[in-house]
Write a protein that binds this ligand. Structure first.
Ligand code: CU
Length: 355
């Protein structure tokens, strides 16, 4: 079946190999429902009028009609079997990834997505994938139920704490030929970008903004030509920087470590537990506003100064020094050295702010 690469009135663009068949079944069920709705409601109304109560007319028993009974028992049954059969076929196809599928690991947390490519490259809240190649996601959750949902690909699957779930798709071209096959390799060229949603309510969050609650637990899938994707995997990853429109992105212009840290603070999910605004509500972990340079009481009874070493240690091995009055719930988050440094710089910059 052909892919409809522009959204229709009812459905988003069909950008995976599954999409045309999923939509075909959707339309089949939709139109069967429309026909039955009109037929049943229409005949109900017709009979209400036709057999309304009239003076002098007595009701009579209607009798029994075997052929009719059989007809309206078996014809819906056949239609139901067709729906089940096509649904089951599609389900099997989606359940089993081809053997040559590329594997990307997905880890969800309140309220962020982390993707790990086969070569170990990590991305937060966005993932680059090659077009026309099967990609299998092996997914797990660090905390509660989440659900990975890409409407354009017609795939959705829950991430369940304590187990792995998996899903696969093969992205298709949006405008075939828009980038010639022999065009120069460019790790930054993206054919198109689709939206990932979390489709399982996973906690409201304390504030409004990117990755600050279930409602904004988004990610992006960037679809690239295979050769561009391979180059992307090899390219060094610069840190994200704040953009003019208030979001964060990796861009040409570099920014200070504090600024990059403020982006990572959101994309790595620190926002879920640490306050970075004066006067904001108390979250699960200590606020960072005014923290730098103070003495922190630990559960071990020691008291340490919040400095570069302490913050680094707290991030790399959260259980090693637990602040008094808090539960040891901070997860160990995968960070590169530059990312860790940027986060430390950001925590320091918040430390000089006053409550
Ligand atoms: Cu979620």
């Amino acid at each position: 079946m052909e892919n409809q690469t522009e959204p229709s009135l009812q459905l988003p663009a069909q950008l995976s190999t599954f999409a045309p068949e999923v939509d075909w079944l959707y339309h089949f069920i939709f139109w069967v429902s429309v026909v039955f709705f009109v037929g049943i409601v229409g005949s109900t109304l017709y009979f209400m009028v036709k057999y309304r109560r009239r003076p002098g007319v007595k009701s009579e028993p209607t009798g029994h009609h075997n052929t009719l009974e059989l007809f309206w028992t078996f014809s819906p049954l056949i239609i139901l079997f067709m729906m089940f059969f096509w649904g089951w076929q599609g389900f099997l196809q989606m359940a089993e990834a081809p053997d040559d599928a590329m594997i990307v690991r997905v880890r969800a947390r309140q309220w962020a997505w982390t993707f790990e490519h086969p070569n170990g490259a990590i991305e937060d809240n966005e993932v680059h994938v090659p077009v026309d190649r099967p990609v299998r996601l092996v997914m797990s959750s660090a905390d509660v139920l989440h659900s990975f949902y890409v409407p354009d690909f017609r795939v959705k699957r829950d991430l369940v704490p304590g187990m792995f779930t998996s899903l696969w798709f093969q992205a298709v071209q949006r405008d075939p030929g828009s980038v010639p096959d022999d065009a120069e390799v460019d790790p930054n060229r993206v054919l198109y970008t689709s939206q990932v949603y979390c489709a399982e309510y996973c906690g409201a969050g304390g504030a409004w903004g990117p990755n600050m609650g279930h409602a904004t637990m988004y990610a992006l899938v960037h679809v690239q030509r295979d050769q561009d994707y391979q180059a992307f995997l090899r390219a060094p990853r610069p840190l994200p920087c704040p953009q003019e429109n208030g979001t964060c992105a990796v861009s040409e212009t570099e920014c200070s470590p504090e600024a990059a840290g403020s982006c990572l603070f959101g994309s790595k999910g620190c926002t879920a537990c640490h306050q970075n605004q004066a006067g904001g509500p108390q979250l699960a972990g200590p606020t960072f506003v005014g923290l730098w340079g103070t003495q922190q009481q630990l559960t071990s009874g020691e008291s340490v100064e919040v400095n570069e070493d302490f913050v680094r240690q707290s991030i790399m091995d959260p259980r090693s020094q637990v602040a008094q009055g808090y539960s040891p719930v901070m997860p160990q988050i995968q960070l590169t050295e530059p990312e860790t440094n940027a986060l430390i710089a950001y925590v320091r910059s918040l430390g000089t702010a006053t409550e």
